[in-house]
Design a protein around this ligand. Structure first.
Ligand code: ADP
Ligand code: ZN
Ligand code: MG
Length: 487
Protein backbone atom coordinates (compact mmCIF):
# COMPACT_ATOMS: atom_id res chain seq x y z
CA UNK A 1 0.00 0.00 0.00
CA UNK A 2 1.33 3.44 -0.93
CA UNK A 3 2.09 5.66 2.02
CA UNK A 4 1.11 9.31 2.08
CA UNK A 5 2.75 12.48 3.26
CA UNK A 6 0.49 15.16 4.79
CA UNK A 7 0.89 18.73 3.51
CA UNK A 8 -0.37 21.58 5.68
CA UNK A 9 -0.68 25.32 5.09
CA UNK A 10 -2.20 27.68 7.67
CA UNK A 11 -4.14 30.90 7.29
CA UNK A 12 -3.94 32.65 10.64
CA UNK A 13 -6.09 35.65 11.53
CA UNK A 14 -4.83 37.85 14.31
CA UNK A 15 -6.63 40.80 15.89
CA UNK A 16 -4.23 43.71 16.18
CA UNK A 17 -4.22 45.30 19.61
CA UNK A 18 -5.16 48.89 18.76
CA UNK A 19 -7.20 51.35 20.82
CA UNK A 20 -9.67 52.01 18.03
CA UNK A 21 -10.98 50.10 15.04
CA UNK A 22 -9.27 50.04 11.66
CA UNK A 23 -11.53 52.43 9.74
CA UNK A 24 -13.41 54.35 12.47
CA UNK A 25 -12.82 55.65 15.99
CA UNK A 26 -14.86 53.03 17.88
CA UNK A 27 -13.11 51.34 20.83
CA UNK A 28 -11.99 47.73 20.60
CA UNK A 29 -12.44 46.57 24.23
CA UNK A 30 -13.23 42.91 24.60
CA UNK A 31 -16.41 41.80 26.38
CA UNK A 32 -18.29 45.10 26.25
CA UNK A 33 -22.09 45.22 26.22
CA UNK A 34 -23.23 43.93 22.78
CA UNK A 35 -23.52 46.67 20.13
CA UNK A 36 -22.17 49.35 22.45
CA UNK A 37 -19.00 49.98 20.40
CA UNK A 38 -20.39 50.72 16.99
CA UNK A 39 -20.91 53.70 14.69
CA UNK A 40 -22.27 54.37 11.20
CA UNK A 41 -18.87 53.52 9.66
CA UNK A 42 -18.41 50.04 11.14
CA UNK A 43 -22.12 49.34 10.69
CA UNK A 44 -21.86 50.18 7.02
CA UNK A 45 -24.47 52.92 6.79
CA UNK A 46 -24.78 54.36 3.29
CA UNK A 47 -22.58 57.35 2.54
CA UNK A 48 -19.99 56.93 5.27
CA UNK A 49 -16.26 56.92 4.55
CA UNK A 50 -13.50 54.79 6.12
CA UNK A 51 -10.34 56.43 7.50
CA UNK A 52 -7.31 54.17 7.96
CA UNK A 53 -5.89 53.68 11.48
CA UNK A 54 -2.14 54.25 11.36
CA UNK A 55 -1.35 52.03 14.32
CA UNK A 56 -2.97 49.02 12.64
CA UNK A 57 -0.55 49.46 9.75
CA UNK A 58 2.33 49.81 12.20
CA UNK A 59 1.39 46.59 14.00
CA UNK A 60 1.18 44.66 10.76
CA UNK A 61 4.42 46.07 9.37
CA UNK A 62 6.32 45.34 12.58
CA UNK A 63 5.03 41.76 12.36
CA UNK A 64 6.08 41.56 8.73
CA UNK A 65 9.58 42.82 9.54
CA UNK A 66 9.91 40.36 12.43
CA UNK A 67 8.97 37.55 10.03
CA UNK A 68 11.54 38.73 7.46
CA UNK A 69 8.87 39.64 4.93
CA UNK A 70 9.28 42.01 2.06
CA UNK A 71 7.09 45.01 2.91
CA UNK A 72 5.49 46.53 -0.17
CA UNK A 73 5.98 50.28 -0.30
CA UNK A 74 2.63 50.51 -2.05
CA UNK A 75 -0.39 48.34 -1.31
CA UNK A 76 -4.10 48.60 -1.93
CA UNK A 77 -7.35 47.67 -0.23
CA UNK A 78 -9.97 45.58 -1.98
CA UNK A 79 -13.61 44.78 -1.37
CA UNK A 80 -14.34 41.13 -0.77
CA UNK A 81 -18.03 40.67 -1.28
CA UNK A 82 -20.22 38.17 0.42
CA UNK A 83 -23.53 38.15 2.21
CA UNK A 84 -23.73 37.11 5.84
CA UNK A 85 -25.51 38.61 8.87
CA UNK A 86 -22.23 39.39 10.67
CA UNK A 87 -21.14 41.69 7.81
CA UNK A 88 -23.46 44.68 7.60
CA UNK A 89 -21.78 46.26 4.55
CA UNK A 90 -22.06 43.02 2.58
CA UNK A 91 -18.41 43.41 1.75
CA UNK A 92 -15.28 43.20 3.83
CA UNK A 93 -12.47 45.65 3.27
CA UNK A 94 -9.43 43.46 2.76
CA UNK A 95 -6.40 43.28 0.52
CA UNK A 96 -6.15 41.09 -2.53
CA UNK A 97 -3.72 41.85 -5.31
CA UNK A 98 -1.25 44.05 -3.47
CA UNK A 99 -0.96 43.00 0.18
CA UNK A 100 1.17 44.92 2.68
CA UNK A 101 3.76 42.18 2.99
CA UNK A 102 4.96 39.00 1.26
CA UNK A 103 7.65 36.30 1.26
CA UNK A 104 8.76 35.89 4.85
CA UNK A 105 9.45 32.94 7.08
CA UNK A 106 9.25 31.68 10.64
CA UNK A 107 11.80 29.24 12.04
CA UNK A 108 10.30 26.78 14.46
CA UNK A 109 11.83 24.11 16.65
CA UNK A 110 10.23 20.68 16.65
CA UNK A 111 11.22 17.40 18.24
CA UNK A 112 12.65 16.38 14.88
CA UNK A 113 14.83 19.50 14.78
CA UNK A 114 14.53 23.05 13.41
CA UNK A 115 12.16 23.75 10.52
CA UNK A 116 11.57 26.80 8.36
CA UNK A 117 7.99 27.66 7.40
CA UNK A 118 7.72 30.20 4.61
CA UNK A 119 5.14 32.97 4.88
CA UNK A 120 3.29 33.59 1.63
CA UNK A 121 1.71 36.92 2.50
CA UNK A 122 0.35 39.13 5.29
CA UNK A 123 -2.51 41.47 4.61
CA UNK A 124 -4.70 43.86 6.55
CA UNK A 125 -8.48 43.59 6.76
CA UNK A 126 -11.39 44.34 9.03
CA UNK A 127 -13.02 41.78 11.31
CA UNK A 128 -16.69 40.87 11.05
CA UNK A 129 -19.27 40.86 13.86
CA UNK A 130 -20.22 37.95 16.08
CA UNK A 131 -23.34 35.83 15.83
CA UNK A 132 -24.88 34.25 18.89
CA UNK A 133 -27.08 31.35 17.91
CA UNK A 134 -29.83 30.73 20.40
CA UNK A 135 -29.65 26.98 20.51
CA UNK A 136 -30.37 25.13 23.72
CA UNK A 137 -32.54 22.38 25.05
CA UNK A 138 -35.64 24.15 23.79
CA UNK A 139 -36.01 24.62 20.07
CA UNK A 140 -34.96 28.24 19.56
CA UNK A 141 -34.89 29.64 16.08
CA UNK A 142 -33.16 32.98 16.18
CA UNK A 143 -29.64 34.37 16.23
CA UNK A 144 -28.35 37.57 17.79
CA UNK A 145 -25.88 39.87 16.08
CA UNK A 146 -23.18 41.73 18.01
CA UNK A 147 -21.32 44.22 15.85
CA UNK A 148 -18.74 45.31 18.46
CA UNK A 149 -16.10 43.23 16.68
CA UNK A 150 -16.99 44.62 13.26
CA UNK A 151 -14.09 46.73 12.02
CA UNK A 152 -11.46 45.58 14.51
CA UNK A 153 -8.16 45.36 12.59
CA UNK A 154 -7.20 41.86 11.57
CA UNK A 155 -4.05 40.70 9.90
CA UNK A 156 -4.14 37.52 7.91
CA UNK A 157 -0.88 35.62 7.87
CA UNK A 158 -0.85 32.99 5.12
CA UNK A 159 1.84 30.33 5.23
CA UNK A 160 3.16 28.28 2.35
CA UNK A 161 2.18 24.58 2.53
CA UNK A 162 5.42 23.78 4.37
CA UNK A 163 4.22 21.76 7.34
CA UNK A 164 3.84 17.99 7.37
CA UNK A 165 2.60 16.96 10.80
CA UNK A 166 0.03 18.21 13.28
CA UNK A 167 2.90 18.86 15.72
CA UNK A 168 4.70 21.08 13.22
CA UNK A 169 1.53 23.08 12.67
CA UNK A 170 1.07 23.50 16.43
CA UNK A 171 4.74 24.52 16.81
CA UNK A 172 4.25 27.09 14.04
CA UNK A 173 1.18 28.52 15.80
CA UNK A 174 3.07 28.69 19.08
CA UNK A 175 6.12 30.25 17.45
CA UNK A 176 3.95 32.84 15.75
CA UNK A 177 2.17 33.60 18.99
CA UNK A 178 5.47 34.10 20.79
CA UNK A 179 6.67 36.57 18.14
CA UNK A 180 3.40 38.52 18.14
CA UNK A 181 3.36 38.73 21.93
CA UNK A 182 7.00 39.87 22.00
CA UNK A 183 6.07 42.60 19.55
CA UNK A 184 3.05 43.47 21.67
CA UNK A 185 0.86 43.61 18.56
CA UNK A 186 -1.64 41.05 19.86
CA UNK A 187 -2.36 38.97 22.95
CA UNK A 188 -3.10 36.03 20.63
CA UNK A 189 -5.63 34.54 23.02
CA UNK A 190 -7.26 31.79 20.91
CA UNK A 191 -10.05 31.21 23.43
CA UNK A 192 -11.12 34.83 22.99
CA UNK A 193 -10.80 34.63 19.22
CA UNK A 194 -7.86 37.09 19.08
CA UNK A 195 -6.02 34.46 17.06
CA UNK A 196 -7.87 32.13 14.70
CA UNK A 197 -6.61 29.54 12.31
CA UNK A 198 -7.89 27.92 9.12
CA UNK A 199 -5.88 24.80 8.44
CA UNK A 200 -5.50 23.50 4.88
CA UNK A 201 -4.58 19.84 4.62
CA UNK A 202 -3.92 17.48 1.76
CA UNK A 203 -2.04 14.25 1.24
CA UNK A 204 0.37 13.23 -1.47
CA UNK A 205 2.15 9.98 -2.20
CA UNK A 206 5.31 9.91 -0.07
CA UNK A 207 8.35 11.00 -2.05
CA UNK A 208 6.44 13.19 -4.53
CA UNK A 209 6.34 16.98 -4.58
CA UNK A 210 2.99 17.88 -6.16
CA UNK A 211 -0.02 19.04 -4.15
CA UNK A 212 -3.09 16.89 -3.59
CA UNK A 213 -6.68 18.10 -3.20
CA UNK A 214 -7.04 19.91 0.10
CA UNK A 215 -9.71 20.35 2.71
CA UNK A 216 -9.85 23.50 4.81
CA UNK A 217 -10.60 22.99 8.51
CA UNK A 218 -12.04 25.81 10.62
CA UNK A 219 -13.37 26.40 14.09
CA UNK A 220 -10.45 25.42 16.31
CA UNK A 221 -10.30 27.67 19.36
CA UNK A 222 -7.18 26.42 21.09
CA UNK A 223 -3.69 25.24 20.18
CA UNK A 224 -4.75 21.79 21.26
CA UNK A 225 -7.71 22.06 18.90
CA UNK A 226 -5.43 22.83 15.96
CA UNK A 227 -3.29 19.80 16.70
CA UNK A 228 -6.23 17.45 17.27
CA UNK A 229 -8.20 18.66 14.25
CA UNK A 230 -5.19 18.19 11.97
CA UNK A 231 -4.43 14.73 13.36
CA UNK A 232 -8.06 13.75 12.77
CA UNK A 233 -8.14 15.21 9.27
CA UNK A 234 -4.91 13.48 8.23
CA UNK A 235 -6.33 10.17 9.37
CA UNK A 236 -9.66 10.77 7.64
CA UNK A 237 -7.99 11.56 4.33
CA UNK A 238 -5.58 8.64 4.64
CA UNK A 239 -8.48 6.23 5.13
CA UNK A 240 -10.29 7.63 2.08
CA UNK A 241 -7.26 7.45 -0.18
CA UNK A 242 -6.34 3.97 0.99
CA UNK A 243 -9.87 2.86 0.18
CA UNK A 244 -9.35 4.19 -3.34
CA UNK A 245 -11.66 7.18 -2.85
CA UNK A 246 -11.09 10.85 -3.67
CA UNK A 247 -10.76 13.88 -1.41
CA UNK A 248 -13.43 16.53 -1.98
CA UNK A 249 -12.25 20.14 -1.95
CA UNK A 250 -14.36 21.65 0.82
CA UNK A 251 -14.47 23.56 4.10
CA UNK A 252 -14.88 21.38 7.18
CA UNK A 253 -15.69 22.32 10.75
CA UNK A 254 -13.84 20.94 13.76
CA UNK A 255 -16.10 19.76 16.55
CA UNK A 256 -13.98 19.69 19.71
CA UNK A 257 -16.64 17.80 21.67
CA UNK A 258 -16.94 14.99 19.14
CA UNK A 259 -13.27 15.13 18.21
CA UNK A 260 -14.05 15.08 14.50
CA UNK A 261 -14.54 17.32 11.46
CA UNK A 262 -17.64 17.52 9.32
CA UNK A 263 -18.35 19.11 5.98
CA UNK A 264 -19.66 22.71 6.13
CA UNK A 265 -19.71 23.78 2.50
CA UNK A 266 -17.93 23.25 -0.76
CA UNK A 267 -14.96 25.59 -0.91
CA UNK A 268 -15.63 28.93 -2.53
CA UNK A 269 -13.20 30.24 -5.15
CA UNK A 270 -11.60 33.67 -5.14
CA UNK A 271 -13.69 34.73 -8.16
CA UNK A 272 -16.87 34.11 -6.14
CA UNK A 273 -16.02 37.17 -4.06
CA UNK A 274 -15.79 39.59 -6.99
CA UNK A 275 -12.83 41.40 -5.46
CA UNK A 276 -12.30 44.92 -6.71
CA UNK A 277 -10.13 47.82 -5.51
CA UNK A 278 -11.73 49.73 -2.62
CA UNK A 279 -12.70 53.12 -4.10
CA UNK A 280 -13.04 54.87 -0.72
CA UNK A 281 -9.42 54.39 0.40
CA UNK A 282 -6.24 55.57 -1.25
CA UNK A 283 -3.38 53.06 -1.62
CA UNK A 284 -1.08 52.76 1.41
CA UNK A 285 2.31 54.24 0.63
CA UNK A 286 5.10 53.60 3.10
CA UNK A 287 8.24 55.69 3.23
CA UNK A 288 11.70 54.27 3.92
CA UNK A 289 11.97 56.37 7.07
CA UNK A 290 8.67 54.95 8.39
CA UNK A 291 9.97 51.42 7.80
CA UNK A 292 13.33 52.25 9.39
CA UNK A 293 11.65 53.61 12.44
CA UNK A 294 9.59 50.43 12.84
CA UNK A 295 12.63 48.27 12.17
CA UNK A 296 14.41 50.01 15.03
CA UNK A 297 11.44 49.38 17.33
CA UNK A 298 11.71 45.59 17.06
CA UNK A 299 12.73 43.77 20.25
CA UNK A 300 15.12 40.83 20.25
CA UNK A 301 12.87 38.02 19.04
CA UNK A 302 12.24 34.80 20.98
CA UNK A 303 14.24 32.41 18.79
CA UNK A 304 17.27 34.73 18.76
CA UNK A 305 17.04 35.27 22.50
CA UNK A 306 16.72 31.57 23.11
CA UNK A 307 19.87 30.78 21.14
CA UNK A 308 21.72 33.60 22.88
CA UNK A 309 20.77 32.33 26.35
CA UNK A 310 21.93 28.85 25.39
CA UNK A 311 25.25 30.07 24.04
CA UNK A 312 26.01 32.96 26.38
CA UNK A 313 24.60 31.55 29.59
CA UNK A 314 25.00 27.82 29.06
CA UNK A 315 21.29 27.10 29.56
CA UNK A 316 19.85 23.86 28.21
CA UNK A 317 17.69 24.18 25.10
CA UNK A 318 14.71 23.24 27.20
CA UNK A 319 15.29 25.87 29.91
CA UNK A 320 16.08 28.54 27.35
CA UNK A 321 12.87 27.63 25.50
CA UNK A 322 10.73 27.90 28.63
CA UNK A 323 12.31 31.17 29.72
CA UNK A 324 12.09 32.90 26.33
CA UNK A 325 8.54 31.75 25.57
CA UNK A 326 7.22 34.99 27.06
CA UNK A 327 9.07 38.29 26.98
CA UNK A 328 8.32 39.29 30.61
CA UNK A 329 9.74 35.96 31.77
CA UNK A 330 12.94 36.36 29.76
CA UNK A 331 13.20 39.95 31.01
CA UNK A 332 12.83 38.74 34.60
CA UNK A 333 15.57 36.16 34.11
CA UNK A 334 18.00 38.60 32.56
CA UNK A 335 17.30 41.24 35.21
CA UNK A 336 18.02 38.68 37.92
CA UNK A 337 21.21 37.63 36.19
CA UNK A 338 22.33 41.23 35.86
CA UNK A 339 22.43 41.42 39.68
CA UNK A 340 25.52 39.16 39.60
CA UNK A 341 29.00 40.30 38.68
CA UNK A 342 31.33 38.08 36.66
CA UNK A 343 32.55 35.43 37.30
CA UNK A 344 29.69 34.63 39.69
CA UNK A 345 27.21 35.44 36.90
CA UNK A 346 28.41 32.49 34.87
CA UNK A 347 27.86 30.21 37.85
CA UNK A 348 24.47 31.73 38.70
CA UNK A 349 22.74 31.22 35.34
CA UNK A 350 21.79 27.58 35.75
CA UNK A 351 20.61 27.66 39.38
CA UNK A 352 18.70 30.83 38.61
CA UNK A 353 17.00 29.15 35.65
CA UNK A 354 16.10 26.23 37.92
CA UNK A 355 14.62 28.39 40.65
CA UNK A 356 12.68 30.32 38.06
CA UNK A 357 11.29 27.50 35.94
CA UNK A 358 10.58 24.95 38.66
CA UNK A 359 9.96 26.75 41.97
CA UNK A 360 8.71 30.18 41.00
CA UNK A 361 6.73 29.29 37.87
CA UNK A 362 5.21 26.29 39.62
CA UNK A 363 4.08 28.47 42.50
CA UNK A 364 2.78 31.24 40.23
CA UNK A 365 0.94 28.74 38.09
CA UNK A 366 -0.80 27.28 41.13
CA UNK A 367 -1.76 30.80 42.24
CA UNK A 368 -2.91 31.58 38.66
CA UNK A 369 -0.56 34.51 38.46
CA UNK A 370 1.75 35.76 35.76
CA UNK A 371 5.42 36.61 36.26
CA UNK A 372 4.49 40.31 36.40
CA UNK A 373 2.52 39.59 39.59
CA UNK A 374 5.29 37.57 41.22
CA UNK A 375 5.60 38.38 44.95
CA UNK A 376 9.32 37.68 44.54
CA UNK A 377 11.11 40.32 42.49
CA UNK A 378 13.95 39.38 40.14
CA UNK A 379 16.39 41.19 42.46
CA UNK A 380 15.27 39.13 45.46
CA UNK A 381 15.41 35.81 43.64
CA UNK A 382 18.94 36.73 42.60
CA UNK A 383 19.77 37.50 46.25
CA UNK A 384 18.52 34.07 47.31
CA UNK A 385 20.60 32.30 44.67
CA UNK A 386 23.60 34.33 45.83
CA UNK A 387 23.12 33.09 49.42
CA UNK A 388 23.16 29.50 48.16
CA UNK A 389 26.19 30.02 45.91
CA UNK A 390 28.13 31.65 48.74
CA UNK A 391 27.23 28.81 51.10
CA UNK A 392 25.40 31.09 53.55
CA UNK A 393 22.40 28.76 53.42
CA UNK A 394 22.07 25.18 52.23
CA UNK A 395 19.93 24.36 49.22
CA UNK A 396 17.40 22.81 51.54
CA UNK A 397 17.15 25.84 53.80
CA UNK A 398 16.86 28.03 50.70
CA UNK A 399 13.57 26.30 49.88
CA UNK A 400 12.04 27.37 53.20
CA UNK A 401 13.39 30.90 52.73
CA UNK A 402 11.81 30.85 49.27
CA UNK A 403 8.46 29.84 50.80
CA UNK A 404 8.65 32.79 53.19
CA UNK A 405 9.55 35.14 50.37
CA UNK A 406 6.65 33.92 48.26
CA UNK A 407 4.22 34.28 51.16
CA UNK A 408 5.42 37.57 52.58
CA UNK A 409 7.62 39.13 49.98
CA UNK A 410 10.60 39.83 52.24
CA UNK A 411 14.32 40.07 51.54
CA UNK A 412 16.06 36.67 51.74
CA UNK A 413 18.93 38.17 53.79
CA UNK A 414 16.49 39.51 56.38
CA UNK A 415 14.56 36.21 56.57
CA UNK A 416 17.78 34.22 57.03
CA UNK A 417 18.97 36.67 59.70
CA UNK A 418 15.72 36.86 61.63
CA UNK A 419 15.10 33.10 61.61
CA UNK A 420 18.74 32.23 62.27
CA UNK A 421 18.96 30.04 59.19
CA UNK A 422 22.58 30.69 58.31
CA UNK A 423 24.45 27.56 57.35
CA UNK A 424 26.66 26.29 60.17
CA UNK A 425 30.33 25.88 59.23
CA UNK A 426 31.74 25.73 62.76
CA UNK A 427 33.82 22.54 62.76
CA UNK A 428 34.01 22.29 66.54
CA UNK A 429 30.24 22.35 66.79
CA UNK A 430 29.73 19.96 63.88
CA UNK A 431 32.43 17.68 65.31
CA UNK A 432 30.59 17.48 68.61
CA UNK A 433 27.34 16.50 66.83
CA UNK A 434 29.28 13.93 64.81
CA UNK A 435 30.61 12.32 68.01
CA UNK A 436 27.08 12.18 69.41
CA UNK A 437 25.75 10.63 66.20
CA UNK A 438 28.48 7.97 66.22
CA UNK A 439 27.78 7.15 69.86
CA UNK A 440 24.05 6.94 69.14
CA UNK A 441 24.44 4.60 66.14
CA UNK A 442 27.38 2.28 66.85
CA UNK A 443 26.18 -0.24 64.23
CA UNK A 444 26.32 2.34 61.42
CA UNK A 445 29.68 3.57 62.64
CA UNK A 446 30.99 -0.02 62.60
CA UNK A 447 29.70 -0.52 59.04
CA UNK A 448 31.40 2.62 57.80
CA UNK A 449 34.64 1.55 59.39
CA UNK A 450 34.24 -1.83 57.65
CA UNK A 451 34.08 -0.03 54.32
CA UNK A 452 30.30 0.13 53.76
CA UNK A 453 30.10 3.65 52.42
CA UNK A 454 26.30 3.51 52.23
CA UNK A 455 26.05 3.42 56.02
CA UNK A 456 27.42 6.96 56.21
CA UNK A 457 24.06 8.39 55.10
CA UNK A 458 22.32 7.55 58.37
CA UNK A 459 25.04 9.34 60.37
CA UNK A 460 25.02 12.40 58.12
CA UNK A 461 21.25 12.52 58.50
CA UNK A 462 21.55 12.38 62.30
CA UNK A 463 24.03 15.27 62.39
CA UNK A 464 21.93 17.39 60.06
CA UNK A 465 18.93 16.75 62.26
CA UNK A 466 20.81 17.84 65.37
CA UNK A 467 21.78 21.03 63.56
CA UNK A 468 18.21 21.81 62.59
CA UNK A 469 19.14 21.25 58.94
CA UNK A 470 21.69 24.05 59.05
CA UNK A 471 25.04 22.25 59.13
CA UNK A 472 26.93 22.30 55.85
CA UNK A 473 26.41 18.74 54.53
CA UNK A 474 29.86 18.62 52.93
CA UNK A 475 31.58 19.50 56.19
CA UNK A 476 29.46 16.95 58.05
CA UNK A 477 30.49 14.19 55.65
CA UNK A 478 34.15 15.12 55.76
CA UNK A 479 34.31 15.20 59.59
CA UNK A 480 32.41 11.91 59.98
CA UNK A 481 34.72 10.18 57.53
CA UNK A 482 37.75 11.58 59.35
CA UNK A 483 36.52 10.35 62.69
CA UNK A 484 35.72 6.87 61.32
CA UNK A 485 38.93 6.58 59.34
CA UNK A 486 36.98 6.09 56.10
CA UNK A 487 38.04 7.61 52.80
P1 ADP B 1 -7.46 29.03 -1.55
O1 ADP B 1 -7.46 29.86 -2.79
O2 ADP B 1 -8.20 27.75 -1.67
O3 ADP B 1 -7.79 29.81 -0.31
P2 ADP B 1 -4.66 29.40 -1.32
O4 ADP B 1 -3.79 29.03 -2.49
O5 ADP B 1 -5.01 30.82 -1.12
O6 ADP B 1 -5.96 28.52 -1.40
O7 ADP B 1 -3.97 28.83 -0.03
C1 ADP B 1 -4.55 28.96 1.21
C2 ADP B 1 -3.71 28.19 2.20
O8 ADP B 1 -3.75 26.82 1.89
C3 ADP B 1 -2.24 28.56 2.21
O9 ADP B 1 -1.79 28.55 3.54
C4 ADP B 1 -1.59 27.45 1.42
O10 ADP B 1 -0.27 27.21 1.87
C5 ADP B 1 -2.46 26.28 1.72
N1 ADP B 1 -2.54 25.30 0.64
C6 ADP B 1 -2.76 25.56 -0.66
N2 ADP B 1 -2.81 24.41 -1.35
C7 ADP B 1 -2.65 23.40 -0.45
C8 ADP B 1 -2.64 21.98 -0.54
N3 ADP B 1 -2.83 21.33 -1.69
N4 ADP B 1 -2.46 21.29 0.60
C9 ADP B 1 -2.29 21.90 1.77
N5 ADP B 1 -2.30 23.23 1.91
C10 ADP B 1 -2.48 23.98 0.82
ZN1 ZN C 1 -17.26 52.38 14.36
MG1 MG D 1 -7.02 31.88 -0.16
Amino acid sequence: MASFEPVIGLEVHVQLKTKSKVFCGCPTDFGAEPNSQICPVCCGYPGVLPVLNRSAVEGLVRTALALDCRVNSRSVFARKQYFYPDLPKNYQISQYELPLAEHGHLDISTEAGPRRVRIHRIHLEEDAGKLLHAIGSRALDYSLVDLNRTGIPLMEIVSEPDMHTAEEAAAYMEGLRAVLRYLGVSDCDMEKGFMRCDANVSLRPAGTTGLGTKAEVKNMNSFRGVRDALAYEIERQTDLLEAGQKIVQETRLWDAQKGSTHSMRSKEEAHDYRYFPEPDLVPIELSESFLDELRRSLPELPSVRRTRLEKERGLSGYDAGVITAEKPLADYFEQALAAFEEPLRREAAKPLANWLTTELLGRLHAAQKGIEESPISSRRLAALVRLVLKGTVSGKTAKTVFDDMFAGGGDPETIVEQKGLTQIEDEVLIGRWADEAIAGQPKSAQDVKAGKAAALGALVGAVLKKSGGRANPQTVQRLLKQKLGAS
